[in-house]
Structures are given as C-alpha cells and as structure tokens.
Design a protein. Structure first.
Length: 175
C-alpha cells in the first residue's frame, strides 16, 4: 500500500463532530485540531510571528492582524488573520485587547493546520473530507448466515461481503 502524503493523511480525517456553528460559520476547535496533528506528526511546530518590537500582531494603523505558521516536516504553511470581533469584523486598533489577539492566534493556527489538510474542506463549504471512507458496518449473525446461503447459491460473492462489511475473525474463518 502506498504511503499517504501529509496532506492526504490530514485531509482524509473527518472533523465534523469537532466543529461548532457560530453566526452561520463553521469553526473547528483549535485545541482538538492541534492534538490530532500532534498524534500523527509529534514534531509539528507552530510559530506566532512577531514585529521587530516583539508585538504578536501587526497593524496597518487602523486595524491589526496576526501571522501564524505551522511546520510539519520541512513544509511551513503561514496564515494571516485579522483580529476580529464576534461578528467577524476587524477591530479598530485602539480597541484591540490581548484576548482578541489570542483568539485570532488560535483561529489562525487552525487555518494554518487546514492548509496542511486537516479540516480544509470546511473552508470549501463541503460536508466530508476528500478520501474519507466511512467505517464498514459489522454483520450480525442472522444476516451473516443468510449471506453464506446466498454465496452458496451463487447470488452473492465473498468479495462483495468483505467489501461491504467488517467481518469478525470467526466470520472470516467460516467463509
């Protein structure tokens, strides 16, 4: 079996049960996203970029934004995100708090992780990740016996059975 790229591995993870809806938008928990990536790539690194004076946000003189990079292996993806209020509008520079900046950093981290593949489909407005395969259902005994009868009379095949269901070790031995 061919080894998946970082993008393919992360892009195939279904994150739907870890999202929240706020103001009509879908958000993925930054802490869950980070934990999932760390499980697969323990050496992942996040960098919160700072100005020359050590500020963890940048400004155009009216509003501000954060810059966050996530590196997996030798690939860094950088995201820029405005510091926004709960209506997703940029906050004026003189009204920005450290809490606002921190929220923007966490959201930008999630977006940088998405550039590596995790939850990217959320930003494309899709329901399921590319390459996601739902788990096969288990086959209870009565249906398994019926499937065996159908295999014997030629109306069903072992290949179809294995492709459609997760069979137990005991069921596999009985094939």
């Amino acid at each position: 079996m061919e080894k998946k790229t970082i993008f393919e591995a992360l892009n195939s993870i279904n994150v739907n049960d870890k999202t929240e809806k706020k103001a009509g938008l879908t958000y993925l928990s930054w802490s869950w996203a980070w934990a999932e990536v760390k499980k697969l790539y323990p050496n992942v690194q996040r960098k919160v970029y700072e100005t020359e004076t050590g500020m963890n946000y940048f400004t155009d003189g009216q509003t501000c934004f954060v810059k966050v990079g996530v590196t997996i292996g030798d690939i860094e993806h950088i995201d820029y995100l405005p510091v926004m209020n709960n209506r997703n509008q940029s906050i004026k520079l003189d009204q920005v708090t450290s809490f606002d900046v921190n929220k923007a950093i966490q959201r930008s981290t999630t977006k940088a992780l998405a550039l590596h593949g995790l939850g990217l489909y959320i930003y494309a407005g899709e329901d399921l990740p590319e390459g996601y395969e739902p788990p096969k259902p288990k086959l209870e005994e009565a249906r398994f016996v019926k499937a065996l009868e159908n295999i014997k009379n030629g109306t069903y095949t072992i290949e179809k059975l294995k492709a459609s269901f997760e069979l137990s070790e005991e069921q596999l031995k009985r094939l």
